[in-house]
Design a protein around this ligand. Structure first.
Ligand code: 4AD
Ligand code: MG
Length: 459
């Protein structure tokens, strides 16, 4: 029987001995007894094991190093210590894997910066245990939400020949020899490459997602996403996970409704299904977190026109590092000011200038904005980016020409506007931004198991 410590603690006292395994978090010897805290990753606290000197390997056990792997058998008894209901009175302890004092996680607290350099070991700490349990649960909640809403789950490709966001942030996928790249008249000849065309890792599953929405009505994708964006911030990763729903016969307002329902669902889910880890974050990472998330789960999200947002930023007394002007994109400092200071809660900014948004967004009648929406939340800024898509073939083609996007590579996308085109809309939620938002963790590198950022791809 492979029992989890969490289950054993939940079952409570029993007369029969129980047995489980885990890793040592601490060993103390007091008044002749040895106390070991053992953790198997199933909860924050693990279990306290009390070892009596009569145990045949007591001396060995009392000198165990932090990080050692043990299998323990004993009787669960009520604990006289505060903060824990049960402890285990050990009958047998088997040392499965030893760890000596060179094990790097000796101290109680290490900085997140240091722990990033030992990302192979940090899952064994309390904070990262809580982060990765929350992350796992939230991934399952994403599927549960869309399943309850009858959305079709589609696996969009990872290797692609199109740059959805048009920002030129594609990582190249090639089998050509870089030192001997075939050229025709000095121009790279991709016809000799593996796929006989220029390919890269996807920056978004949206374009393929749209094709499925135009067959199944409501779909979503949830997968790894790659951006060769050279921005070294606490919110950008070169490899991250994105959730992208897409709905046919839907407009921007339907899109915002779905996003709001989705975020609130995830907030409630975290509070209800991950309460122990959320309490940990509230205590150790961000005081007031639970109150903040409860507030979001109950709030009405504001909706504000981009034009109004610019107007209010211009009229504010705040001094920003980046300029504020109609036509310029909002920077994180502006986004946070809007959601934290002006509105005081989650806010959709809608109808952005077309010049700062992607080619596929639906053009509004004013001739200068598109039906885009970004959801801004306190602490993080943009967490969702979405839009109603341009479903009118002529307008889509003329926008692509204006933006110098070659339409031969997107012939299949244009085809979807040729036959049975319909209004449709969708959005992308950055999964790591969500985990940051719900845990209070402030750096994206600390919510993804093995972060990839410019100049970092270890492990
Ligand atoms: O705003 P973005 O670029 O939108 C799209 O990719 C659309 N195709 C989505 C759609 O409409 N289907 O990205 C969407 C979200 C952002 O709001 C952000 O949360 C996250 O993806 N994101 C990143 N997260 C981490 N690291 C990065 N480099 C990110 N870039 C975007
Ligand atoms: Mg965006």
């Amino acid at each position: 029987m492979r029992s989890r410590i969490k289950d054993i603690l939940e079952q409570g006292a029993a007369s029969a001995p129980c047995s489980f395994s885990g890793w040592v978090r601490s060993v103390r010897v007091m008044k002749g007894l040895c106390f070991i805290v053992l953790n198997d990753g199933s909860d924050v606290n693990g279990i306290q094991i009390v070892v009596d000197p009569s145990l045949h390997n007591f001396v060995r056990i009392s000198h165990l190093g932090t990080g050692s792997a043990l299998t323990v058998t004993g009787i669960l008894v009520a604990s006289p210590a505060s903060g824990q209901k049960w402890e285990l009175s050990a009958q047998k302890i088997e040392i499965v894997g030893n760890a000596d004092d060179s094990y790097p996680l000796q101290k109680k607290r290490h900085s997140f910066e240091y722990l990033r350099t030992i990302a192979h070991l940090r899952p064994r700490t309390n904070t990262f245990g809580a982060v990765f349990r929350l992350r796992s649960k939230l991934a399952q909640a994403v599927h549960r939400f869309f399943s309850e809403q009858n959305f079709l789950y589609v696996h969009t490709p990872i290797i692609t020949s199109s740059d959805c966001e048009g920002a030129g942030e594609l990582f190249r996928v090639t089998t050509l020899d870089p030192s001997n790249h075939p050229l025709i008249n000095g121009v790279p000849d991709y016809s000799q490459d593996f796929f006989a065309q220029k390919t890269g890792l996807t920056v978004s599953g949206q374009l393929e997602g749209e094709l499925f929405a135009l067959a199944f009505r409501d779909i979503y994708t949830f997968g790894p996403t790659f951006r060769a964006e050279n921005s070294n911030t606490a919110r950008h990763a070169s490899e991250f996970w994105m959730i992208e729903p897409e709905m046919a016969f839907a407009d921007l307002s339907d899109d915002a409704d779905l996003a709001e329902k989705f975020i609130k669902y995830l907030c409630r889910f975290a509070l209800e299904e991950c309460s122990e880890d959320m309490a940990f974050f509230d205590k150790h990472i961000e005081n007031g977190l639970i109150e903040r998330i409860t507030g979001v789960a109950e709030a009405d999200f504001a909706r504000m026109e981009y034009t109004e947002a610019i107007d209010r930023l211009e009229r504010s007394s705040a001094s920003f590092s980046y300029p504020v002007k109609w036509g310029l994109d909002l920077q994180t400092e502006h986004e946070r000011y809007i959601t934290e200071k002006i509105v005081g809660g989650p806010t959709f900014i809608i109808n952005y200038p077309k010049e700062i948004k992607a080619f596929y967004m639906r053009q509004n009648n004013d001739g200068r904005t598109v039906a885009a929406m970004d959801l801004l939340v306190p602490k993080v800024g943009e967490i969702i980016g979405g839009s109603q898509r341009e479903e009118r073939l002529d307008l889509l083609e003329s926008r692509m020409t204006e933006m110098k996007i070659a339409d031969e590579s997107l012939w299949w996308y244009l085809d979807s506007r040729r036959w049975g085109s319909s209004p449709h809309a969708g959005f992308g939620l950055g999964f790591e931004r969500l985990v940051m938002y719900l845990s209070g963790m402030e750096n994206i590198r600390d919510v993804i198991p093995f972060p990839r950022t410019p100049r970092h791809c270890e492990f």
